[in-house]
Design a protein. Structure first.
Lengths: 181, 114
């Protein structure tokens, strides 16, 4: 386990403080112009205190990588344009499979190569795949420098690693690749 | 008023997906396929209600605090649900749960035996 440096703690604390503002409802009060100063100061103390203990679990790479408005736009584009469309398509597909009297399922576990290098990018892609109905990421393994996901797939159309990967994560991986390396 | 119908349609759609998910959970042949169907409820089934709630809170209740909390709820929901799904699937597989109906292929099991 690496030691927490000051930039790690600061970047974690800023993120925690943003959530503090959202959850205590102070963000709305700030916009209206009558914030509760006591609550704001408690937030600074608590988020710094929590960050000192938790930043070494939270920050594994460059701490201020995501404090970049270009990345936020990329993430919004990914969530709204790429991920939502895939999510709705997959939801309709699985819903009609479940309601179909013939129950057309061909389940199987396929191994899929992934080209993302960043740990955050890999976990974001794995989470996106799991959130899409019809596919669940079961494990991540590394072989000869290439990362592989094991994915339970409800409708196996091909057992070839590459072709299965294109069918499952084709557009998702490109979208995540624009945010993380 | 047109916005109110958008809220109704969103909530109605999420009810449809939740129903389809429950039917799928009862009908699917094995544990892993049932989990796939439950993702149906967990995504559009819940997100439809949350997005409908956000629009309702901002446009009709004029309650910004409630709307912001619903947004945070949606974000946390999307971040945490896949982690539990992944943990359940992996745990079930390692515990020895295998589908009764044969799977088309099982490349995970093949690699675990190596």
């Amino acid at each position: 386990m690496k030691k927490a440096t000051f930039p790690d703690i600061l970047s974690t604390a800023i993120l925690l403080y943003c959530f503090w503002l959202l959850i205590t409802g102070q963000l709305v009060s700030l916009c209206k112009g009558d914030p509760n100063v006591q609550v704001l100061i408690y937030g600074v103390v608590i988020s710094l205190g929590v960050a000192v203990f938790s930043s070494r679990f939270f920050i594994h790479e460059s701490p201020f990588y995501l404090y970049n408005p270009v990345k936020w736009v990329m993430m919004l584009v990914y969530v709204v344009c790429v991920f939502c469309i895939e999510l709705i398509k997959a939801n309709l597909d699985v819903a009609f499979r479940a309601l179909n009297p013939a129950l057309p399922v061909h389940p199987g576990i396929v191994k899929v190569p992934v080209d993302l290098k960043s740990e955050y990018g890999q976990s974001m892609l794995a989470n996106s795949i799991t959130l899409t109905p019809g596919t669940i990421t079961m494990d991540i393994a590394e072989e000869n420098g290439q990362t592989y996901y094991y994915i339970h797939w409800i409708n196996v159309t091909t057992q070839d690693h590459k072709a299965a990967g294109d069918a499952i994560k084709g557009r998702l991986e490109k979208g995540v690749g624009r945010i993380w390396k | 008023m047109a916005l109110l119908y958008v809220v109704y349609v969103l909530i109605g759609l999420s009810v449809f997906f939740a129903l389809a998910g429950v039917v799928g959970m009862l009908r699917m042949p094995d544990a892993f396929c049932r989990m796939q169907s439950s993702t149906n409820i967990a995504t559009l089934g819940v997100l439809g209600v949350i997005i409908g709630g956000i629009i309702y809170a901002f446009a009709f209740l004029h309650n910004g605090e409630m709307g912001v909390k619903l947004i945070v709820l949606g974000v946390f929901y999307v971040v945490t649900v896949p982690i539990s799904g992944h943990a359940i699937a992996k745990g079930a597989y390692h515990h020895g749960v295998r589908p009764e109906k044969d799977m088309v292929c099982d490349q995970y099991g093949e690699d675990l035996e190596k």
